[in-house]
Design a protein around this ligand. Structure first.
Ligand SMILES: CSC[C@H]1O[C@H](OP(=O)(O)O)[C@H](O)[C@@H]1O
Length: 341
């Protein structure tokens, strides 16, 4: 099975907290289950969060039918799901799309509404897979033979409908015979890199080396990094990009060393309503994600902890943004606006 599947009116998801050594699945029977799956990072990754939220709306409408509730209760479902995580704009993009679908069909009978909502969620899923492939094809144009690529967090199949954004580009380069090697930031504290990206790359036979996040600068100084490619959770009109915490630091190091720094993301990750990264809400997560490592306390109780899950990379540190509609170069504001439907 894939990392998620909607079957028999329920969403089954792979528990990404248990990877890479345990493959356990969680069954989401209600929209509250999908809220929890997003909030607790059972599933994570901007595009996948949007897809799961879309199926959460479907499950919410199933409940409306089963409990003979008013159709408009779906708006409460959407509001609830919107509170799961604040940074990845794909969540709100997907919920808005499901809301628009409902508004268009709300005069139909409930069973038909359910079918149409399910169809829309499936379209969001299938479109994301196709978008990943286009991002990969465009991004591969930037990858040279025998490149050593550095990536951060997980922007792979596990973060999307399948194939990945940053990892999609890397996969495309690998399978087109470019002999690439990947340095993988472990990505403290959730370890998406060590646990998920290394897992995905190894499964595909793509050579990779896991490093601690604090080793990236030295690797660049040694001349071992040819480019950096990462995903995104929200891109502002001027190109400022929110991504996993540590991305900003990487961008400063890459700029210092004259190394190209690429963002790979679908246009559903662009927030056309904000002019700069200053407006992007940054999620702060539970302190215990830092205090506790592998079930062991590693921080004195008397110490404070700061645990932002994302940071914002300024546009001036970004070489290009790879989307399904093409590669976007500076000046980002005028070139990003051209992507708006
Ligand atoms: C394909 S975008 C994935 C994006 O989402 C990750 O965040 P999280 O694991 O907290 O959902 C990270 O920022 C990735 O770049």
């Amino acid at each position: 099975m894939k990392h998620f599947e909607f079957v028999n009116d329920r969403l089954i998801v792979l528990d990404q907290r248990k990877l890479p050594f345990q493959k356990e699945y969680v069954v989401c029977k209600t929209y509250q289950d999908t809220y929890t799956a997003i909030k607790d990072m059972i599933i994570r990754g901007a595009p996948l969060i949007g897809i799961v939220a879309a199926y959460g709306v479907v499950l919410g409408f199933k409940e409306i039918i089963e409990k003979n509730l008013e159709k408009d209760k779906i708006h409460d479902v959407i509001v609830h799901l919107s509170k799961s995580r604040p940074t990845a704009v794909n969540l709100f993009w997907a919920l808005d799309r499901m809301k628009s679908t409902f508004e268009r069909i709300k005069d139909m009978d409930k069973i038909e509404i359910y079918k149409q909502l399910l169809n829309e969620a499936k379209k969001i899923e299938s479109e994301d897979k196709n978008i990943n492939r286009k991002i990969a094809e465009y991004g591969n144009q930037l990858i040279k033979e025998n490149s050593n690529i550095l990536t951060h967090c997980n922007a792979g199949a596990l973060a999307t409908g399948g194939y990945g954004t940053a990892l999609g580009v890397i996969r495309e380069a690998h399978f087109s015979g470019k002999n690439v090697h990947v340095y993988v930031d472990e990505t403290r504290p959730y370890l998406q890199g060590a646990r998920l990206t290394a897992f995905e790359l190894s499964e595909d036979g793509i050579p990779n080396t896991v490093i601690c996040d604090n080793m990236a600068g030295y690797l660049m100084k040694l001349g071992k990094v040819d480019c950096v490619i990462v995903g995104a959770d929200r891109i502002a009109l001027n190109g400022d990009t929110a991504n996993k915490i540590g991305t900003y630091s990487l961008s400063v190091l890459a700029k210092h060393h004259g190394i190209p720094f690429y963002i790979a993301a679908p246009t559903s990750t662009i927030d056309f309503s904000i002019s700069s990264g200053d407006e992007i809400p940054i999620e702060e997560r539970d302190e215990d994600e830092v205090r506790i490592f592998n079930g062991q306390k590693i921080v004195p109780d008397t110490s404070n902890v700061f645990n932002p899950a994302f940071d914002v990379t300024p546009a001036e540190n970004i070489t290009a943004i790879i989307t399904e509609k093409g590669i976007v170069y500076p000046p980002f504001k005028q070139n990003i606006l051209k992507l708006k439907d």
